[in-house]
Design a protein. Structure first.
Length: 255
């Protein structure tokens, strides 16, 4: 069984969806979890209470990761809570956008890269002093980093800008893994397929559900817990010889 007894963990975007399930999984494995949120204060605080009621340790912490100083403000709060040691960093907070090529705007493009790429980049930079031998970083990428998802076509909505943020994130993961490996820090990505969260609202329609199931070997919609369990494993000593990897968690999508 995965154990993270006496470990400290930060999960960004833990108020909802995959981040929330990940915070629960890490807390159940014994970690003291910082539940980071942006706008969803109530959800984050209720998660903290839920974890504490089950005997776990958690605190809520907020920062807008779409702003230039969001990552450094968050890192400051993490360091003041945990002191000099962060064992697990889950880079999960993210936003997506589906639109026709013609309808993508500069502001939305910049916002996607600010939240999905710039904030993880500077969060790792700012937290380096408290990461060390045995620490594990897990970035939540996407199937979209490697595969074209949806029906290509100029008249169809596409997630190409979002997908390219995840390609950039996976490139960072490889570079971080190479640079931080000698310090004993492992860095991996998890690449979910379609997971039932607010971000993938389209799976709640019959058509959306059919599109999702049509590309998967396993015939159900993925759940946040399907991803969270893999993140918890990667964060644990069981994954001590894995670094620089991207693990698909997609029910066998696009095989
Ligand atoms: N769902 C999928 O099908 C899927 C597939 C592949 C990859 N992913 C990736 O998995 C990760 C989590 O996605 P999800 O589906 O769980 O999404 P979600 O339910 O929409 O949750 C997104 C989380 O990110 C936080 N967040 C977004 N923008 C933020 C900002 N500017 N500052 C601070 N926090 C911010 C949100 O916090 P607040 O609500 O508190 O603002 C929320 O906790 C993302 O990186 C996403 O790209 C999702």
């Amino acid at each position: 069984m995965t154990t993270l007894q006496n470990k400290t963990a930060l999960v960004t975007g833990a108020s909802r969806g995959i981040g929330r399930a990940t915070a629960v999984a890490l807390a159940e494995a014994g970690a003291h979890v910082l539940v980071h949120y942006g706008r969803s204060k109530q959800e984050a605080e209720s998660l903290v209470v839920e974890i504490q009621k089950k005997g776990g340790r958690a605190d809520a912490i907020s920062a807008d990761l779409g702003t230039p100083d969001g990552a450094s403000l968050l890192a400051k709060q993490v360091r003041s809570t945990f002191g000099d040691r962060l064992d697990v960093l889950v880079l999960n907070a993210g936003i997506s956008k589906a639109a026709r090529i013609a309808d993508h705007t500069v502001a939305e493009f910049d916002s996607l890269f600010a939240t999905n790429v710039r904030s993880p980049f500077f969060l790792v930079q700012q937290l380096l002093p408290v990461l060390g031998e045995g620490s594990s970083i897990v970035a939540i990428s996407s199937l979209g980093a490697r595969e074209v998802v949806g029906k290509p076509g100029l008249e169809n909505a596409s997630i190409l800008a979002y997908a390219s943020t995840k390609g950039a994130l996976e490139t960072l993961v490889k570079n971080w893994a190479a640079i931080l490996g000698p310090s004993g820090i492992r860095v991996n990505a998890v690449a979910p397929g379609i997971i039932d969260t607010d971000m993938s609202n389209f799976t709640k329609t019959e058509v959306g559900r059919e599109v999702a199931l049509g590309m998967q070997a396993l015939k159900r919609i993925g759940k946040p817990e399907d991803v969270a369990d893999v993140v918890a494993f990667l964060a644990s000593d069981g994954a001590r010889w894995i670094t620089g990897a991207s693990i698909p968690v997609d029910g066998g999508s696009k095989l």
